[in-house]
Design a protein around this ligand. Structure first.
Ligand SMILES: *Cc1c(COP(=O)(O)O)cnc(C)c1O
Length: 239
């Protein structure tokens, strides 16, 4: 089983490199986040052993458990799912990057929860690095900032002392449709480029987190700096 995970990892890395080269990009500029939400501990151990140290979870509880289980192994944890306010104090210190700040309400709640969790010693504490999640396909059934609201969102989050925006995150509206995914990812990159030149102080838009198992190569061609890949790593391993 471990051998199969390592095999899958090699294939995904290979495809990342090929997609990067195809679009004239340096493969080392792309971070693979292995999404382990459906994987067993043994699969995580195999990934870590193979040097895949950026791991993503969508449920805080599972992230806590696994951060504990694999403490001291150099794992960088990415929170990619919705984070409720009451889970912030315990999650924030474990997380390298939060991908899923998806509204002003959540941004404010995160900031307040971070103040409280730091017990007033906020001057010394590191802000939490985050991405703003954008509803790039403007699907009313999906969460995230509307593309037209991102600029105002950045301006607001820039005033929150405990959050530091690093970039944007999105999912393609129709993951099985490559040409629709191309368009969605291109729109996210164009939005990021348009806003980059006049970012508020403290905000950077260097990261574009986009692309999952079905469309990560498309996302790389459109400029992804982070891809979040789950099921492709666990084919033949997890049910
Ligand atoms: C589950 C999940 C992924 C990974 O999806 P796969 O299709 O299994 O690669 C990526 N991003 C988010 C936000 C997810 O919830």
């Amino acid at each position: 089983m471990a051998a199969r995970v390592v095999d899958n990892l090699a294939r995904v890395r290979e495809r990342i490199a090929t997609a990067a080269e195809r679009s004239g990009r340096d493969p080392s500029a792309i971070t693979l986040v292995a999404v382990t939400k459906y994987a067993q501990s043994a699969s995580l151990a195999a990934l870590i052993e193979a040097g895949c140290l950026d791991l993503g979870e969508s449920r805080p509880q599972q992230l806590w458990e696994r951060a504990k289980e694999f403490a001291g192994r150099g794992v960088r944890w990415h929170m990619i799912g919705h984070l409720q306010r009451n889970k912030v104090p315990r999650t924030a210190p474990l997380v390298t990057l939060l991908h899923s700040c998806d509204s002003l309400r959540i941004a404010d709640a995160l900031d307040q929860a971070l103040v409280q969790s730091q017990n007033g010693s906020s001057d010394e504490a590191q802000p939490l690095d985050t991405l703003l999640e954008v509803n790039i396909s403007t699907d009313p059934a999906k969460g995230g900032f509307a593309p037209d609201d991102v600029e105002a969102g950045l301006a607001h989050v820039a005033t929150l002392r405990h959050l530091r925006v690093r970039g944007l995150m999105a999912m393609a509206g129709k993951p099985d449709d490559a040409s629709a995914a191309h368009a969605d990812f291109r729109h996210l990159r164009e939005l990021s480029e348009r806003l980059k030149s006049h970012c508020p102080p403290g905000v950077t838009l260097d990261e574009l987190s986009m692309g999952m198992s079905g469309d990560y190569e498309v996302a790389i061609e459109e400029g992804a700096t982070i891809v979040r890949v789950g099921s492709a790593l666990f084919e033949g391993v997890e049910p």
